[in-house]
Design a protein around this ligand. Structure first.
Ligand SMILES: NC(=O)c1ccc[n+]([C@@H]2O[C@H](COP(=O)([O-])OP(=O)(O)OC[C@H]3O[C@@H](n4cnc5c(N)ncnc54)[C@H](OP(=O)(O)O)[C@@H]3O)[C@@H](O)[C@H]2O)c1
Length: 254
């Protein structure tokens, strides 16, 4: 009997899947049974990630794509449809932050943060929705951040973009519910990526927040992936429009 948490027979696109969280999400989704199209900008690292996914016995194609570019996003979605015939799940994981104090934040850097962490989610979701509507449904999971749930000192553009993203999730869930498209997000707190411990040393105020995390540690990339898989699976069939914190209890302190 197949579990409600299984992704067996489903086709997923994962953006930002060439390293760290996005790559672990892709690998765990493959372990849960999904076939995948993965994208990021740098082709070599992306292809290496796709090879790892294929090593798990699933189909996976790597399509180098800048998710900030509507034409490239549209071409990537067409490739998925051509290769697999359907798209059941979109995971928007591509995103990044570049901490700097707001007084020193240049306008173009602000725009770049919003383009990747908010607008690209809109572009990918808008491109995939017609395919999902045509096939009778689907689901979208966005990777947000607890930075969008609280003040985000030295990360104002990132925090504002992630806060906007959580609102976008609610709006798309309401607009697209009639098409049986579910839209949800996960909001990781501190993720234990390879740079995590050293990175924190450069930002004392972040370290101070980190030291208050109730579970006393960063969440693992696998724990973020597990939450994504839950929201993408039939187990979350009744859930849309929410943001699920995966943060070791951080938001309970706010
Ligand atoms: N790290 C944390 O502690 C933390 C906490 C909360 C939330 N998050 C969120 O979790 C997600 C993953 O973060 P991470 O730190 O694990 O990964 P990351 O190192 O920031 O990796 C980002 C991924 O996205 C790709 N990417 C970046 N810009 C892109 C673009 N314009 N088009 C397509 N792909 C692009 C990168 O590959 P290319 O450079 O080759 O394009 C890479 O595969 C992000 O959304 C981030 O905001 C992270």
């Amino acid at each position: 009997m197949s579990s409600m948490f299984s992704l067996e027979g489903k086709v997923a696109i994962v953006t930002g899947a060439s390293r760290w969280t996005g790559k672990v999400v892709a690998l765990e989704m493959a372990r849960a049974g999904a076939d995948l199209l993965i994208c990021a900008r740098k082709a070599e690292r992306l292809e290496a990630a796709a090879e790892e996914v294929r090593g798990l016995g699933r189909r996976c194609i790597a399509v180098p794509t800048n998710v900030e570019n509507a034409e490239q996003v549209s071409a990537m979605v067409c490739r998925a449809k051509e290769a697999f015939g359907r798209i059941d799940i979109l995971v928007n994981s591509a995103g990044t932050s570049m901490p700097v104090s707001t007084l020193e934040l240049a306008e173009d850097r602000f725009d770049a943060m919003v383009r990747l962490n908010l607008k690209a989610h809109f572009l990918c979701s808008r491109a995939v929705a017609p395919v999902m509507i045509e096939q009778g449904g689907g689901c979208i999971v966005d990777v947000a951040s607890t930075e969008g749930l609280r003040a985000s000192p030295t990360n104002c553009a990132y925090g504002a973009a992630k806060a906007g993203l959580m609102n976008l999730v609610k709006t798309l869930a309401v607009e697209w519910g009639r098409y049986r498209i579910r839209v949800n997000a996960v909001a990781p707190g501190f993720i234990a990526t390879p740079i995590h411990p050293g990175y924190m040393e450069g930002y004392p105020h972040l370290k101070a927040i980190y030291e208050r995390v109730p579970l006393g540690r960063g969440v693992t990339m696998e724990e973020v992936a597990a939450a994504v898989i839950y929201l993408a699976s039939d187990a979350a069939g009744g859930t849309t429009g929410i943001t699920l914190p995966v943060d070791g209890g951080l938001t309970s302190l706010m």
